[in-house]
Design a protein around this ligand. Structure first.
Ligand code: ARG
Length: 589
């Protein structure tokens, strides 16, 4: 379905053109004065300059062509030259009926199966998921679902940190703990055991210990560097340990991401880039882009239009080691080969902004990615505690994601049990569903780049701009629909949505009509917070409508059936929005 703003604009454009004005002046926007009108066109002001006329005269001329049009219930020109518009309730009701009939509620797919890579998650193997990775997972999953809903072939890649110094650190710590393992016997030539030499519990202890040691013990750190280097060169015993680390860690990571209802199409990592790196380095040199600087190999990335110079991108350190940027470039080469995507979206902490700027510039300069292919980095802000400092556990440690989720679920559970309308069992399940919504909405409702305060009490509240409030609205509609089903006397004709009879009902329809526009523009701007804002507004509009409309007691059955259709549409729109945000509603709460 065409967007409602486009439909109105088309009329306005025709009117402007008929009066001899360029149709580009006929833009229509949502009114910022809902007390005066629903939509407005401010183009007469700009046109007045170009045509050297009074704005009000132009507005009046256009108005003359539109007066009496069935689309509008009210259209007038006011000083200095605004055109104010209200939609005809019948026209709006027809639009509602159209939405209800259409697949995807009137949303037109713009993706046509084109491939977009979304690089998110970014967990580091052998380290437990912590809240720092939460935002990437939550935002990335939502953006991926938004694109998929619009018909793009979205490929989410978790892009694990599985290749750096942490691997060497684990290997050396393992040697110190279990020197008898065959991996450390240089003369061993047999096959390596299938069974990993550690559990996930041990592995989670090995890494932090090793990391701590490396900061105090220079010799240990050197050993770890050597081990990393040998691993990267393909030394078989270390490759075997690496596989064990991957297996044990991945099972745990998958479980954690599953709990977040976050899923990846690809489980690739930095290690997968390794095989492209020798070619990459050579190619950058052959193209005259990479040159030696203080022993390192670098590529200049500053462009003449930059207001300040960017540091060059280092692709090889003086000791010959590849870096984060090198592995990202190698990954791009693989992605081009496998998918040739039309767009790249990366979601990480905003502190990585420079890194991605450099990587994108090199990828384009070297021609690995077409100039026209958008490469987007979404840098998110920090999740802070109520004290305004990065979120920590009560005793100041790094909060593990699973503990955070457990805390939320527990708080929601207590909240649900206050009302105690459901069994303990059901309350536990519901708490998980509502908890996830609280967590994700709490994050997604903020503009990604901004820091935000993680406030459990606020996030789990059933009132205000929260996930549970949205779910509560859906659950409320479901319960009205169930009550309606129980009625003996119901409308027997085909239900249609009738023109609104109250301001609140019309306001609700106007909110609903924005749906396709919101979905499309939120994805174009990679801005899930706009969907959150929309469903909050829509929920508010529904709740005001419901507040002054007695649906179940209504005696006019056709009217009643119309309202039932209307609130079903509200429920469907909300459900589709939360699906792309990455959570769902329970049956009751
Ligand atoms: N593992 C990285 C980190 O924890 C994030 C990876 C992001 N993706 C990428 N292609 N660099 O910071």
């Amino acid at each position: 379905m065409k967007k409602i703003l486009e439909l109105i604009a088309a009329k306005m454009e025709a009117a402007f053109a008929e009066c001899g004005y360029d149709k580009s002046y006929a833009k229509v926007v949502l009114s910022n004065r809902p007390d005066l009108c629903e939509y407005q066109c401010n183009g007469a002001m700009a046109a007045a300059k170009a045509y050297k006329k009074k704005p009000i005269d132009i507005a009046n001329e256009a108005l003359e062509k539109l007066t009496g049009d069935v689309m509008f219930s009210e259209i007038n020109a006011v000083m200095p030259g605004f055109i104010n518009i209200r939609l005809n309730p019948q026209y709006l009701a027809d639009y509602m009926n159209g939405m209800q009939k259409e697949e995807k509620l009137g949303l037109e797919e713009s993706g046509h199966g084109e491939t977009i890579i979304v690089d998110y998650g970014g967990a580091n193997v052998a380290k437990p998921l912590h809240v720092g990775h939460l935002r990437s997972a939550v935002i990335g999953e939502s953006i991926k679902r938004m694109g998929a809903f619009l018909g793009y072939n979205m490929i989410g890649d978790v892009h694990l940190g599985d290749w750096g110094l942490q691997m060497g650190l684990i290997i050396e710590e393992l040697r110190d703990r279990k020197p008898e393992l065959v991996y450390f016997d240089e003369s061993y030539t047999g096959a390596y055991p299938e069974e990993p030499p550690f559990t996930i519990g041990e592995l989670e202890d090995i890494y932090p210990t090793a990391s701590g040691k490396s900061k105090e013990d220079e010799a240990f750190k050197e050993r770890a560097q050597t081990a990393t280097f040998r691993l990267q060169k393909g030394y078989a015993p270390y490759a075997a340990i690496w596989s064990h680390i991957m297996k044990v860690s991945l099972a745990d990571l998958k479980k954690n991401y599953d709990n977040l209802d976050v899923h990846f199409e690809l489980w690739k990592g930095e290690s997968d880039a390794e095989k492209y790196i020798p070619w990459l380095i050579q190619d950058l040199q052959d193209k005259g882009l990479a040159y030696e600087s203080q022993g390192a190999l670098v590529v200049d990335v500053t462009e003449p239009t930059d207001s300040k110079e960017l540091p060059p991108c280092i692709v090889r350190k003086s000791d010959g080691a590849a870096l984060y940027a090198t592995s990202d470039l190698g990954t791009i080469i693989e992605r081009e080969k496998d998918f040739s995507p039309v767009k790249y979206i990366y979601i990480t902490d905003k502190r990585q902004e420079l890194h991605f700027k450099q990587v994108f510039r090199v990828a384009k300069k070297a021609g690995y990615v077409k100039e026209a292919t958008p490469m987007i980095h979404i840098g998110f802000g920090t999740m802070n505690g109520k004290d305004g400092k990065p979120f920590k556990t009560r005793d100041g440690g790094v909060m593990r994601l699973e503990h955070l989720i457990a805390d939320i679920d527990e708080a929601v559970y207590a909240r649900i049990m206050e009302n105690r309308t459901v069994s303990e069992e059901e309350a536990k399940e519901t708490a998980k569903t509502v908890g996830l919504a609280a967590l994700k909405y709490g994050d997604l409702s903020n503009q990604a780049a901004k820091d935000y305060v993680f406030d459990i009490d606020r996030f789990i509240s059933f009132e205000g701009n929260t996930g549970p409030y949205i779910l509560y609205t859906i659950v409320r509609i479901k319960s009205i629909l169930a009550k309606y089903e129980q009625l003996d006397a119901k409308y027997t004709g085909t239900p249609v949505i009738l023109p609104a009879v109250s301001d609140a009902e019309k306001a609700l329809m106007l909110e609903l009509s924005k749906y396709n526009d919101v979905m499309e523009s939120s994805f174009a701007e990679t801005a899930p917070h706009k969907i959150c804002q929309y469903i909050y507004d829509l929920s508010n509009a529904f709740n005001s409508f419901y507040h002054d409309t007695r649906i179940i007691a209504e005696e006019d059955q056709a009217r009643q059936a119309s309202w039932i259709s209307l609130i079903t549409l509200v429920k469907d729109v909300l459900a589709s929005c939360i699906q792309v945000l990455g959570f769902e509603a329970p049956e009751r709460m």
